[in-house]
Design a protein around this ligand. Structure first.
Ligand code: 5GP
Ligand code: MG
Length: 182
């Protein structure tokens, strides 16, 4: 697999992101909302670097049906905390077309928060199909399908401690293994 961002680069990026978040919110209470499942790593690493009174919640949004082609976007907010009157920061793994973040922001705005901002680990350069941009972008990356540090391909590879690009050999090995499992 081609490594795009190694563990050290990710750790440095998350520290920079935490500094930016501290700059913006100071000591004010904050609600961080992780978009499941891709943001789990970023969520866990980021919140440990923040010291303001913090609430952590999750919301489920899925636009990819396992593989590399997007399906219908589905949002499940049943696990979300009450955000009325609160400053909310939505955290996602990657801003690709941007449609997921737009839809989530609209949904959250309808719940009367004090403010809504967005942060992502990755922004895929040149892929955006919306006007909105995240308030915080940790890394800009080229238009390639990436996995690891929370990001999946067919529900696997989320546990990789780095962000990588699956190459043809990796995909072939993946297919063979999946076939053998059936
Ligand atoms: P958007 O709505 O911005 O097009 O897509 C955002 C969602 O699509 C992300 O939360 C992520 O789940 C998925 N996604 C987009 N690009 C990639 C990618 O390169 N790799 C993986 N694993 N997921 C991606
Ligand atoms: Mg996602």
């Amino acid at each position: 697999m081609k490594v795009l961002l190694n563990e050290q680069q990710l750790a440095n990026g998350v520290r920079r992101l935490a500094d930016d978040v501290k700059q913006t919110y100071g000591d004010q209470p904050l609600t961080i909302l992780g978009v499941m499942t891709g943001s789990v790593m970023l969520l866990a690493d980021l919140v440990r670097l923040l010291a303001m009174p913090l609430r952590v919640g999750v919301v489920q949004a899925s636009s990819y049906r396992g593989g590399m082609t997007p399906g219908q976007l589905h949002v499940d907010s049943r696990l979300m905390p009450d955000i009325a009157g609160r400053d909310v920061l939505i955290i996602d793994d990657i801003f690709d077309t941007g449609r997921t973040m737009v839809k989530l922001s609209e949904l959250l705005h309808s719940m009367q928060p004090r403010s809504v901002r967005t942060a992502v680990l990755l922004l895929k350069d040149g892929c955006q199909k919306v006007e909105m941009r995240p308030d915080f972008v940790t890394f800009n990356i080229p238009d390639e399908f990436v996995v690891g540090y929370g990001l999946d391909y067919e529900d696997e590879y989320r546990n990789l401690p780095y962000v990588g690009v699956l190459e043809e050999e990796d995909l072939q090995r993946h297919r063979l293994r999946r076939q053998a499992e059936r």
